[in-house]
Write a protein that binds this ligand. Structure first.
Ligand code: OGA
Ligand code: NI
Length: 353
């Protein structure tokens, strides 16, 4: 990637303050009790962990987990393959560029002019094929299948991605169980939503950037799904907006930890938990890799505050129901349209007060 595009400079969101507060970090939670009881069916054994997760979701919307049981060598393999993939010339990588027909694959900032982040991306679905609505028309009940594009090089990338997915999926679903428990619901409350999950995984590469004040790796945003399980490397960059005072807080890399954040679908909890803004700063000397797993429900899920948490009288539902699949396809397809309209966001479904 070459010079900074002037488009980066005009947008104040792309002009980070360089002095983020480092005083207090997001909570670090050890999941070791889950490894010994092996599942979440014994509430007593994991009470402490559930409480920590509940507090972290409420106060930060973010936390890190260690002793999570994900096999380190699967993580090493996917990272090594990702490095090889991104090290290729643009021309090679662009052979599998995302387009209107293949919604997963590669893209870079220079190619997609409406995306102004300083990064390159390769993404793929967790379930292949991924079941989705055929159109964004709310009346249309037809389904379609979204598939992946795999690069020729490196040949081991596909297997590395598939093996990694299998590992992290277990952690992701376990965490959804712990979150359900922390809201006073049964541990399997969310299980059925993930049967035909529309989750996807992204390999992010943030190349070294010559102009720290002018660009961001990713501008501030919230994740739209249920949960994100992120592996980051040792290069700092991720910052989280602290709910308490709106300060940007750096997430210091902890070896072998995963960073977890609740997405917009946490309004399942009727605002007990809320998604939180975060962003990624660029680094002038070192490229940075990260691998988020965006945990999303089946497309036919009607997302709305759960009945047991939104009682008509005391705590009426704060959001209108929406179809997750229609929302996601709208989002994905709008990447390929010249749109002046604001990107669809969760708060469009908020009931005004
Ligand atoms: C994202 C994101 C953070 C990171 O891709 O949504 O927030 O550290 N990534 O790469
Ligand atoms: Ni994000």
């Amino acid at each position: 990637m070459g010079e900074v595009d002037p488009a980066f400079i005009q947008d104040p969101e792309h002009r980070p303050k360089l002095s983020a507060t480092e005083a207090e970090g997001i909570p670090l939670i050890a999941l070791s009790p889950l490894n010994s009881s092996d599942n979440i069916s014994d509430p007593k054994a994991i009470e402490g962990v559930v409480r920590e997760i509940g507090n972290a979701c409420k106060e930060w919307g973010f936390f890190q987990v260690i002793n999570h049981g994900v096999l380190l060598d699967k993580h090493k393999k996917i990272k090594a393959a990702a490095r090889k993939f991104f090290a290729q010339p643009l021309k090679e990588k662009r052979k599998i560029t995302r387009d209107e027909k293949s919604l997963f694959g590669y893209y870079d900032t220079e190619h997609t002019k409406n995306v102004r982040d300083w990064k390159e991306v390769f993404d793929f679905t967790v379930e292949e094929p991924m079941l989705m609505p055929a159109s964004i028309d709310p009346e249309d009940k037809e389904e379609t299948k979204w598939t992946n594009q795999w690069p020729e090089y490196p040949p081991e990338l596909r297997v590395a991605c598939e093996e990694y997915t299998e590992e992290v999926e277990k952690l992701a679903l376990k965490l959804m169980g712990l979150i359900a428990l922390s809201l006073g619901m049964p541990g399997d409350r969310f299980t059925s939503y993930f049967k035909d999950q529309t989750s996807f995984i992204r390999l992010n590469y943030y190349p070294p950037c010559p102009s720290l004040q002018l660009a961001l790796g990713v501008g501030r945003h919230k994740d739209s799904g249920a949960l994100t399980v992120l592996a980051q490397d040792e290069v700092v960059g991720l910052e989280v907006k602290r709910k308490r005072d709106g300060e940007w807080i750096q997430v210091k890399p902890t070896p072998n930890a995963y960073i977890i954040n609740v997405g917009d679908i946490s309004f399942w909890s009727n605002d007990r938990y809320e998604s939180v803004e975060h962003r990624v700063l660029v680094n002038s000397e070192r490229g940075r890799f990260s691998i988020p797993y965006f945990v999303n429900p089946a497309h036919y899920t009607l997302v709305r505050p759960l009945e047991e948490l939104a009682h008509e009288q005391e705590d009426p539902a704060k959001y209108k129901p929406y179809s997750w699949g229609k929302f996601l396809s709208h989002r994905k397809l709008s990447n390929f349209k010249k749109h002046n309209a604001e990107n669809i966001q969760l708060y469009h479904f908020r009931v005004s007060e």
